[in-house]
Design a protein around this ligand. Sequence first.
Ligand code: FAD
Ligand code: AMP
Length: 480
Amino acid sequence: MTEQNMPGTFDVIIIGGGPGGYVAAIRAAQLGLKTACIDMFTGKDGKPAPGGTCLNVGCIPSKALLDSSKYFHHVGHEFADHGISVKSLTVDIPKMIARKDGIVKKLTGGVTQLFKGNRVEFFHGRGRLLAGKQVEFTPADGTPAISLQAGSVILASGSVPIAIPNVTFDGEFIVDNAGALDFTSVPRRLGVIGAGVIGLELGSVWSRLGAEVVLLEALEGFLPTADITISQHAAREFAKQGLKFHFGTLVKGANVVKKEVLVTLEDKQGESQLTFDKLLVAVGRKPYTDGLLSPDSGVRLTDRGQIEVDGQSRTSVPGVWAVGDCVRGPMLAHKASEEGIAVVEQIAGKPAHICFDTVPWVIYTEPEIAWVGKTEQELKKAGVNYRSGSFPFAANGRALASGNSAGLVKMLADAETDEILGVHIVGASASELIAECVVAMEFHGSSEDLARIVHAHPTLSEAVHEAALHVDGRAIHRGN
Ligand code: FAD
Ligand code: AMP
């Protein structure tokens, strides 16, 4: 028996089964490596639920509720324009939540099946890295811990919500993302601390279902990493939908009194209080490394609590790697997955590379927001000479036909070489439209490349085409 064939000995052990960890595990097994994945997430049914934050309490359940609430909102507010009237509209929140839970279960069950199909050995419970690439596994079912030995270890432990001082999560009135994905009825007044991606998405869900939603944001504006044209446009659209923003507002504390949440805040006017039925804290996420590393593991953390890695995801210990939300870079599922794949390919002796400059960002509000590459403010700050083109969806036939005329596409290209430097979209299906722009940028394409490519008519993608034409001042369907 070779060493690697011994029970409890693996080529690769991955701690964490989110999009960073489970995708890495499947790819490792495809490459012929004897692979184990340890994940401690337990589903609502008490069964193992690999898939991490993304599948259980993040990307997927939020999108399920965003779609359900979008349909409800459209029937109530937009169908009349199409000549469709509905006499009495009701919503069954427990059924909506049950549908979301069903999707989560299907997908986490799918990961379990993929592990079986690819011969990834799955361990449900906690993993802890010891010295010498040994991993202690503590089963979730309470049976005694065992020791596993790895040739390489990948840490993919993800992230958890940040709490703020004097605002304590109680899972009922003061909640994080998981709580806001599980309300059993529509809160009359929902306070959201933080107008970032999660606050905007989950705030939109409950606003569309009838809640009065107030977002309390410390900054004077929102989405500072998005292009300024896009965030300003989005702010106007969200305000039209009834989302209320209090910018420049710092939350100092919150208390639950007689089933209401009293929030103390401070803004230019001084200190004041607001009352809500529920409060969602969405001020960001932090890397999760509790109990992950024994003191002698040798893995270093940064002063921000991230696992320290180099550009290739190597930690301070040879043979130990880390990917996803627990390391530097954007906290995005697709970034985690691609890092996981790149690490495993390096372990298998293959060349691997990720272009972090072309990782797309998406916010699934309505209209959606998506971008890739540099913003106009970044280019200005760096002194780059660029040209800009844009096109409003209000001048796109398909957008008008479907009633999705809000928003625009903005393209930024190098003034001398015409290479595309960034594309920013606010509008329907921005999440899908951005893919073409990512491909163009990966191939170092120019705005002229996109301008000369035939785009189907009538489609929303024609707005990308027109923005590319507009970089050169020759858009067809707008005054240039
Ligand atoms: P995670 O998904 O957090 O997975 C880590 C896993 O490791 C978890 O299951 C955890 O329980 C387990 N674990 C941790 N420590 C241990 C241990 N010691 N032993 C065993 N198991 C352990 N991103 C997008 O790209 N698109 C979106 O639309 C999107 N929407 C989001 C919506 C919400 C509400 C939230 C909260 C996040 C969203 N994200 C989205 C972010 C996305 O979920 C994360 O970037 C992604 O899940 C990170 O993947 P990961 O594998 O690094 O970590
Ligand atoms: P994101 O990083 O996209 O999850 O967004 C989190 C948002 O929360 C950012 O816009 C922060 O400015 C905001 N934020 C952080 N702390 C506070 C606070 N104490 N009060 C209000 N907003 C906050």
